[in-house]
Design a binder for this molecule. Structure first.
Ligand code: SF4
Ligand code: MG
Length: 322
């Protein structure tokens, strides 16, 4: 089965200038990332800020240029598409941000915000356009009475519903949600997560769900990938990864947020990582996590661990497991 979205050996490098006179140094934001998202699948992408999650999502949507690697949508290589070909592919991939103001113009009534992608890509009559916008509002459980209101007139949760309506206006295949519920309170978060699940079931959408909040990812993701310093260090089915993490970094992340588990009698003991997050412009040799890993061995300093299959599904990059 061909994945809906796929990145293969993705590398993204930025040039970083630290001070006006400094020579720019390469910042390797994403390194050798492989990721596939299937039909109707939600893949959670977790990791600390600066780990390369957003850059991976943006590269998948062709919003940042990869330095190396391949990006495919429904099997089509879209890595180097330009102009009209790229625009045609863009409508099939959309993004939902943490702050809906990034996608909703505060000076536009929501009928215009939701209608804008339709105006760019489809040529509907006035009546069909209005009917379509009303239908989209209905899909996100908002009343059509709201059509002529401005974003500031809505709550954070309602604004995120509007951003989702806009994102699904062109029937995309893939939605990249980047911290899409992070600014909301827990009960509103749950409503939006349930809405995203309903929309996925109805439209057969695939999601890349980027979040630092592990409870949120556990709620919505079928599979999870964990990033550290630009690399994916572990992947796996959500239950397996949360119940028995294979990578010491995943274990530390999970231990920092107690997530209730029916199978576990007591909370995991908190693992406090020593040391600072290393400089991404100068990542450690060998296993990039070795400067903070409680289990680091000599080999970890010199040899990068290869991805190894994990019992119960997924892969891990750790010498303890290979
Ligand atoms: Fe820790 Fe070594 Fe495994 Fe890296 S390879 S996570 S340093 S034990
Ligand atoms: Mg981010």
């Amino acid at each position: 089965e061909v994945p809906v979205a796929e990145v293969e050996d993705l590398h993204v490098e930025f040039r970083l200038r630290r001070g006006v006179l400094a020579r720019p140094v390469p910042l390797r934001a994403v390194r050798a990332v492989d990721l596939q998202i299937g039909e109707r699948e939600t893949v959670g992408l977790v990791g600390e800020s600066g780990s390369g999650k957003s850059t991976t999502g943006r590269a998948m949507l062709r919003l940042v240029e990869p330095t190396r690697g391949r990006i495919r949508l429904d099997g089509q290589d879209i890595t180097h598409l330009r102009g009209a070909e790229l625009r045609a592919v863009r409508r099939r991939m959309q993004m939902v941000f943490q702050d809906p103001y990034s996608s909703l113009d505060p000076a536009m009534v929501i009928a215009e915000s939701i209608g804008e992608p339709l105006d760019t890509h489809e040529h509907l009559t006035r009546a069909d356009r209005t009917a379509r916008i009303e239908e989209l509002l209905e899909h996100v459980n908002l009343s059509r009475r709201y059509l002529n209101r401005y974003p500031y007139e809505f709550s954070g949760g309602q604004r995120q519903r509007i951003a989702i309506a806009r994102a699904i206006a062109l029937n995309p295949r893939l939605l990249v949600c980047d911290e899409a519920v992070s600014a909301l309170d827990v009960s509103t978060q749950n409503q939006i997560l349930n809405l995203l699940e309903d929309i996925q079931a109805e439209f057969g959408l695939s999601y890349l769900f980027i979040a630092h909040d592990l409870a949120v990812v556990r709620h919505i993701a079928h599979r999870v990938a964990v990033m550290y310093l630009g690399e994916i260090v572990e992947t796996g089915p959500t239950e397996r990864l949360f119940e028995s993490p294979a990578h010491p970094y995943t274990e530390a992340l999970l231990s920092a947020v107690p997530i209730p588990s029916p199978r576990r009698q007591r909370e995991r003991e908190r693992i406090v990582l020593s040391g600072e997050v290393p400089d991404a412009a100068n990542p450690p040799t060998g296993c990039a996590f070795h400067t903070r890993c409680p289990h680091a061995m000599d080999v970890c300093r010199d040899v990068a661990p290869p991805p190894t299959p994990v019992e119960g599904g997924g892969t891990v990059r750790c010498h303890l497991r290979s």
